[in-house]
Design a protein around this ligand. Structure first.
Ligand SMILES: C[S@@+](CC[C@H](N)C(=O)[O-])C[C@H]1O[C@@H](n2cnc3c(N)ncnc32)[C@H](O)[C@@H]1O
Length: 164
């Protein structure tokens, strides 16, 4: 017999969602996802960059990376979102989530970077670096797309008629 435990999904993200229409869409998906798992999103402030010097940008990214990684535990399955990562299908993401439901680890952490992207340490910690497209999205849209894909993944896992 296969025992399926409810996974917990956490999003650690840099920056707030300013547009109300994006916040509403995210809230709608979060509510739908809530019937399959616990999901929460922790927002961290963007680090200020005093000038456009590459060293300042690197410092800010490093600082943001430390904040993002601070809540990760050793057992978590970490998926970092980065344009240059590996692309996957919705079924592929569903397989990853299903494997965590069946075999553990039972907590999945998704990381979304700020305007300058994720630090090297975030990418090094990640078990999987996921690219949703070769194009770059603003972090707010990346977050919305991710919520939709997590919802879609659960409907695939449960065999429900959302995904075509
Ligand atoms: C504005 S983007 C950062 C752009 C930055 N220049 C870079 O190349 O990473 C903000 C965040 O959204 C997420 N993101 C944007 N486009 C993405 C994509 N195509 N696939 C996966 N994540 C993406 C990433 O987490 C990224 O750190």
């Amino acid at each position: 017999m296969i025992t399926i435990l409810m996974v917990r999904i956490k999003l650690f993200v840099i920056g707030k969602v300013k547009e109300s229409y994006i916040r509403e869409a995210i809230a709608d998906y979060a509510k739908r996802i809530g019937s399959y798992c616990q999901i929460e999103c922790k927002e961290f402030l963007e680090s200020t960059i005093p000038d456009d010097h590459p060293a300042s940008v690197d410092g800010a990214k490093k600082n943001e990376g430390e904040k993002l990684c601070s809540g990760i535990t050793q057992q978590d399955y970490v998926i970092a979102l980065d344009r240059t990562g590996k692309t996957n299908t919705s079924e592929g993401l569903a397989d990853i989530i299903k494997s965590c439901e069946v075999n553990g680890p039972y907590q999945i952490v998704f990381l979304i970077g700020g305007p300058h992207g994720l630090s090297v340490s975030c990418k090094n910690r990640a078990d999987y670096i996921l690219s949703m497209s070769a194009m770059t999205f603003p972090h707010q849209l990346a977050r919305l797309l991710l919520y939709e894909q997590i919802y879609r993944a659960f409907t695939i896992i449960r065999g429900q008629p959302y995904h075509r």
